[in-house]
Design a protein around this ligand. Structure first.
Ligand code: DUC
Ligand code: ZN
Ligand code: ZN
Length: 472
């Protein structure tokens, strides 16, 4: 089957051009200058389906390179399955996710990965790939890292936080980095000083400070900046590339910037929550309400200027990617596990459905350019994690993952509005934004059109990834 998307403005990191996009089956066949009859004229005049994108942007489908479907955390599990989470992603114009397979402490890496394949296989609405969390660095898991790189899992997340759960000490981190330096893999780091945080948490609780806001106050920016610096230095010692996930403190990004300026292979990611939500406005809401916004790294103070600095770092490419760290928990019975003790609130916010819209708001407000929007939400994540040019670009031969985005549309975000995630609330309630995801194609199939869902579970395919295409 052939589909022609006509009259739209095709946006890439290089610019925006008026072009028609011809799709043949699951792939993009041609990107044509409107009115050009020298190439593909016959094909375009006989396309089975024609979609008129006049006045709209035609962009590569979003690539969310940081999600946690069904993550075990704090005695419960993230509430989105691969079914509900990828369906919500599709609604919001994300056509690929990279989720984190988990090696729990004491488990073999391969067994953790097999569990993740079982959770996802046949259950996703869009294409998906995996990173691997290494929850216990030892000889066996280091060997497994080599095996996984050959199987298309080319990035490994380590934690400097959560002692006794996912935590790795510096020696373990160094060994994993040495392994990655050797096999070409990327080390992804949750950079917070978990040992110091645990002391601050105990002291706060002992002093009767139990409200959700203390989650942020016991994880001050210094704990993120110190860990970021340490991770960079350890990576430097080994030559491993380093990708620091969910950065929220401006001081931590400043440290990363210095290493980038020295041309080291270090990269940073932030998430919509750190660009919009804050300690003052959300996490400090009265009573237990703030639990909705407990995530790690934590929401930070707007008064301290983190939010504006992060937007700036997105413009300067010191931050390369905006992913979601999608890790949803219901308020009832999940967030509520932490009533009277903020440290027992499961950490995470659900955003997989709203990332493209929330970041487009940055374009509307003049914080990033239209091209940069596409770059940080689609093209760079695809290149960073070895999926390009299959994903992240509208070009002949690439998968026909395409979003037709309407800049004149409007999206009202909220639990009873544009919310399809498996949560009983929205961390984004009341965010009404310009722009609307009108149509979404995944490998040539229209899965969302005009507020109707046309996709189905099982459509998504597993993607084996190559090495990062950013390494120097
Ligand atoms: N941070 C979160 O907010 N949730 C899951 C794990 C993490 O690192
Ligand atoms: Zn993390
Ligand atoms: Zn995460």
């Amino acid at each position: 089957m052939t589909t022609l998307i006509k009259n739209g403005l095709v946006v890439s990191p290089q610019g925006a051009i008026a072009a028609d996009v011809l799709i043949d089956g699951e792939k993009i066949a041609a990107v044509l200058t409107p009115g050009d009859t020298s190439l593909g004229n016959e094909l375009t005049s006989t396309a089975d389906v024609v979609i008129d994108a006049a006045g709209k942007y035609v962009i590569p489908g979003g690539v969310d390179s940081h999600t946690h479907m069904e993550l075990p955390f704090g005695g419960t599990f993230a509430s989105d399955t691969f079914d509900t989470g990828t369906r919500a992603a599709a609604w919001g114009g994300t056509t690929t996710i990279i989720d984190f397979a988990v090696q729990k402490f004491g488990e073999r890496v391969q067994d953790g990965l097999a569990t993740w394949h079982e959770k996802a296989r046949g259950n996703t609405h869009i294409d998906y790939a995996f990173h691997q969390i290494i929850g216990g660095v030892d000889d066996d898991s280091l060997k497994a890292m080599d095996e996984l790189v050959n199987e298309g899992i080319t990035s490994f997340k380590l934690f400097m936080a959560y002692p006794g759960v996912f935590y790795s000490d510096d020696g373990q981190i160094l060994r994993a980095m040495q392994t990655a330096a050797n096999n070409g893999g990327m080390i992804m780091m949750h950079a917070e000083n978990g040992i110091a945080i645990d002391v601050l948490v105990s002291q706060a609780l002992a002093a009767g400070k139990t409200d959700p806001k203390y989650h942020s106050l016991t994880r001050p920016w210094e704990t993120e900046a110190e860990a970021t610096n340490r991770a960079i230095m350890l990576a430097r010692m080994t030559g491993a590339p380093l990708y620091v996930v969910h950065m929220s403190a401006k001081q931590a990004v400043k440290i990363l910037q210095e290493a980038k300026n020295d041309a080291w292979n270090v990269f940073g990611e932030t998430c919509p929550q750190y660009l919009y939500l804050s300690l003052e406005e959300q996490l400090s809401q009265p009573g237990f309400e703030g639990a909705k916004w407990v995530c790690s790294t934590p929401l930070r103070s707007k008064a301290e200027g983190h939010h504006e600095e992060l937007w700036k770092y997105l413009r300067t490419n010191d931050l390369s990617i905006v992913s979601t760290d999608h890790c949803p928990f219901c308020f009832k019975e999940q967030k509520e596990l932490g009533v009277g003790n903020f440290s027992a609130i499961p950490n995470g916010i659900g955003s997989v459905e709203h990332r493209m819209d929330l970041l487009y708001q940055g374009v509307v407000e003049g914080k990033i350019s239209l091209q940069r929007w596409v770059e940080i939400t689609s093209t760079t994540p695809a290149r960073m994690f070895g999926l390009y040019p299959q994903k992240g670009v509208i070009a002949p031969g690439s998968d026909a993952d395409i979003v037709i985005y309407n800049p004149s549309g409007r999206t009202e975000i909220g639990y009873h509005k544009t919310h399809h995630m498996n949560m009983d609330h929205s961390a984004w309630e009341g965010f009404n934004v310009d722009g609307h995801v009108d149509t979404v194609l995944s490998r040539g199939a229209v899965i969302v059109d005009n507020n109707a869902y046309l996709g189905h579970m099982g459509h998504g395919k597993y993607l084996k990834r190559g090495l990062s295409q950013y390494l120097i």
